[in-house]
Design a protein around this ligand. Sequence first.
Ligand code: KIV
Ligand code: ZN
Length: 515
Amino acid sequence: MRKINVFDTTLRDGEQSAGVNLNFEEKLEIAKQLERLNVDIIEAGFPASSPGDFRSVKAIAETIKGCSVTGLSRSVQSDIDTTWAALKGGVEPRLHVFIATSPIHMTYKLKKTPDEVIETAVQSVRYAAKFFPHIQWSAEDACRSDLKFLVKIVEQVIDAGASVINIPDTVGYITPHEIGHIFSYLKENVRNIDRAILSTHCHDDLGMAVANSLSAIEHGAGQVECTINGIGERAGNASLEEIAVALRIRHDYYNAETRLKLNEIKRTSSLVSKLTGMVVPNNKAVVGANAFAHESGIHQDGVLKEKTTYEIITPELVGVSSNRMVLGKHSGRHAFKEKIKELGHTVNDEELSRLFNAFKDLADKKKDITEEDLFAILTEERVATSVAYYKVQQLQVNYGTNNIPTATITMTTLDGKELQEAATGSGSVEAIYNTLERMINSPVKLLDYRIQSVSGGRDALAEVYVKIRYEELETSGRGTAHDVLEASAKAYVNAINRVMNRKQKDELPEKIHLS
Ligand code: KIV
Ligand code: ZN
């Protein structure tokens, strides 16, 4: 079977999704989970786009040992230098350098002639080859480029040192049949193609990203670029989990395999959804909540008699647990540590103590602790904002159908001050948010508020996601608690703390956008 390399761009193209801005800790946590999933390459960001991106790409490159880490770069020396500085500490530094090749992009965006574009591309690859052991070159908007021009430029960048040639469908325009033709044409006409791997990178504007990626694989792509849950620019990128599972279930047809640990898929999907705030639709293939639910009587009857009547993918294949109770009130520290290890995490003693305390708190209120609950506790611990400028100490809400909801809150600040305030609102959450806004003494606009339960049951943990605008920055925040009002307060304060951290660490100054 042919081996297909999986290039995950959740942290770069995925992070370009509208409304998503992951902080340092969150990016690192996602990268570690991608390593557990066993992707071949992690595109960790665009180091020259901002100091925040540089810092996270560098940390990811230095932390991840099980796969190659790459960073995106425009075809300019300063970008390549910055990307090298970010990646050189990694196990297998890899540059991803791009330039547009379609007539529309060359004329209107780059204002360069085709020959000038070839010259810039060749010079940048040649320059990068002085220090990078692996260079991937991308022809932005390749699928709307002239094929003869594509052949010419690809031959020259391979001669200059590129070993992966990526053919993106940047605007999600191509069809499966057409992309198959492009890959076959390049395979047949690029004279030195045996010295490079062809890669596919599809966007989902017409809903064909996965089908197009699979067609490219059928016609010679040896690498597929994709994101978890298909997040990304506009309508998103090809979804990793759908491609991976299609290759596995239909190996009879594609005769191609990846090295992914498919049973890490569900966990990776949940983590990315939680940290980005991008909800996975219930009917999403492979990872949606209904992906394995058989509703019709005829289907249920068939599955009970013989699973394969209606089930082509088993939930176990992608790591969907049936919400198993894994621990309870009486579970000890040792059992807890073992379970954390089983989930693929290593924790030091200090971390273990904090996690165990959080677990005990939860176990006092909730009878059965499921894998999802443990995962929520772990994620909260791992991605807590680096500095908590504000911390809620006490929250009290008075609510009655016939009186005005009132919240009273006590918070501490980083410099040890204790703040106390009360305010009313038309509902309990509004009363809490009005009180918190008074305490931080600056206007906060609430742009989005969502709530969901971590696992089923009345005693489930509540998870709140908010999006706010504060001090001219838009950011999200999350809070998990047993009580919905406490989770709401935590999410809001988390968002405020994230803005403060970003301001302090220059995490998100003017970011360069790609288009
Ligand atoms: O879609 C695209 O063309 C890209 C490139 C920068 C690779 O994301
Ligand atoms: Zn893209």
